[in-house]
Design a protein around this ligand. Structure first.
Ligand code: PNS
Length: 164
């Protein structure tokens, strides 16, 4: 069985992420959407919230599952016996960062391959942080965020602004 891991912060999941996950699912027998938990990073949503938001947007079944991790990605990949890490590439600007991570991961575990899927042209410019900025400033972000989580994003950002 060919298993792929799609790692990321997913803070929150965007339509661009969803597109990559669906396309990865058509290439591999099983895809694990892996929500990263990094103590040095500040997230808008907790890991559990990010997982629940992803679950609200996908049909979690045998072939697409959601999990969290806080360690080294290659260790997780080895633990679940995945053969590949799948990442989306939006533009040249993503390349340096993603290339560096792919090379480091390969160095850490030579059996781990990274597969890049080019972003769909509809989502080339979409990132979680830009979407949050649009939402904070009262813009319409519904083209970029899956419908099941739009209200939750709007509510959280409104709460955050009231606290500031
Ligand atoms: O959505 P992001 O923030 O670009 O995701 C980055 C992520 C989670 C894939 C990356 O930070 C990661 O792999 N973190 C796990 C820690 C690790 O393995 N680091 C060494 C390789 S870069």
């Amino acid at each position: 069985m060919k298993i792929a891991v799609c790692p990321g912060s997913f803070d929150p999941i965007t339509k661009g992420h969803l597109d990559i996950i669906k396309r990865a699912a058509s290439l591999f027998d099983r895809v694990i959407v892996l929500v990263s938990v990094n103590a040095d990073k500040t997230y808008t949503f907790t890991a559990d919230e990010r997982v629940d938001m992803i679950r609200a947007c996908i049909d979690e079944a045998e072939d697409v599952q959601v999990d969290t991790f806080s360690g080294l990605l290659v260790d997780y990949v080895q633990k679940v016996e995945a053969c590949a890490i799948v990442k989306g590439l939006r533009a040249v600007s993503d390349f340096d960062y993603e290339f560096q991570q792919a090379l480091i991961n390969k160095k850490l575990n030579h059996r781990v391959e990274t597969v890049f899927l080019t972003s769909s042209s509809d989502y080339m410019f979409v990132s979680s942080s830009l979407v949050k900025q649009i939402a904070r400033l009262g813009g319409d972000f519904s083209d970029f965020i899956p419908a099941p989580i739009c209200d939750q994003l709007e509510k959280r950002l409104r709460e955050d602004m009231m606290e500031e």
